[in-house]
Design a protein around this ligand. Sequence first.
Ligand code: SAH
Length: 245
Amino acid sequence: MTFAATVLTLYPEMFPGPLGISLAGRALAEGTWSLDAVQIRDFATDKHRTVDDTPAGGGAGMVLKVDVLARAIDHARGLRPDCPVLAMTPRGKPLSQARVRELAAGPGVTVLCGRFEGFDERIFEGRDVEEVSVGDIVLSGGEPAALMLLDACIRLLPGVMGAASSGTEESFENGLLEYPHYTRPNEWEGRTIPEVLRSGDHAKIAAWREQRASDDTRLRRPDLWGRHTGARVQSASGARRETKE
Ligand code: SAH
């Protein structure tokens, strides 16, 4: 079954971009996934093909027009009625590996890419669109965010990565960061590979990896650690809260 990616964008020439190379590129060529990059501007109706307008209430920048977005989404839903529609926005729910797994197991995804100040807010409820963020950063457009989302899905499709992608040890798969990796040479600029990894003792190696995954998550990502353990963690505001969902 082909995973159908539809991207609604003002810059269709950005696709497949990096997804045309390496594993994702080969999978695209083999038909494991398909890509349809749709020009949002084609759904503008005036003679200037206007897609944006000034923000209500004033302020800087331009806002993508809701009627144009709606026509673009309706077009995509007509082609792929079974695919969820996701809009890339820093105001959205942070993308997670769990959501990526769900999406990758489905028929595909339709991704709406913003530009300028973003979307007219009415589109999300008006067309049942899921708002997704790829992190607490601001990009100049939704296209790199869409590439991230698609890359994360595509590597999970059957046959794309072989055995590695089914591994449950990777970062976030069990709520933890993955343990660190090393490879030859054993000594590099005076730094050696941890002895245990060369011991050949598989039980000891597994225990060491488990310990490092826990320690590193606790130290680097107290947010993940808090969720993983269900512990009470200190929030940024200093208030104590329950983090277990
Ligand atoms: N004014 C908006 C930012 C607009 S950035 C705000 O402050 O919330 C322009 C476009 O880039 C957005 O519409 C969105 O599609 C994309 N974008 C920027 N940062 C993003 C992020 N962290 N995650 C997903 N998409 C993002």
